[in-house]
Design a protein around this ligand. Structure first.
Ligand SMILES: [Zn+2]
Length: 112
């Protein structure tokens, strides 16, 4: 077991993945954070099994707010860092072409 679904308590491949049992996937940063806490990133497999039982029975798992907030903040930062808009991509490719053009001119100039 790699992770436990925070919704149904069934085992799944990883904290970020879709649950094959209930088809749900953590999307909100706080949900992903709880999923990371309910995975082998954070817990031993034996402990995961016990917590899986608590989720499945509806008893639930008490997360430490501080842990959830810390991980959720990391996830937010990572998501913002990877936020590539089409405009940014076009600008980036444009700058690359400009650099390539300047380099080509410089190389020609130095070869004479
Ligand atoms: Zn599930």
């Amino acid at each position: 077991m790699k992770a436990v679904c925070i919704h149904c308590g069934k085992p799944k491949a990883g904290a970020w993945t879709v649950c094959n049992a209930c088809g749900r996937q953590p999307e909100e940063s706080a949900d992903v954070a709880q999923s990371v806490l309910l995975s082998d990133h954070n817990l031993l497999t034996e402990d995961l099994g016990a917590l899986a039982g608590r989720v499945a029975s509806g008893e639930g798992v008490q997360f430490r707010t501080r842990d959830v907030e810390r991980i959720a903040a990391d996830i937010e930062r990572t998501r913002k860092g990877l936020d590539v808009t089409p405009q940014r991509l076009v600008a980036f490719v444009g700058i690359l072409f400009l650099i390539a053009a300047v380099m080509a001119v410089v190389i020609r100039a130095t070869q004479r």
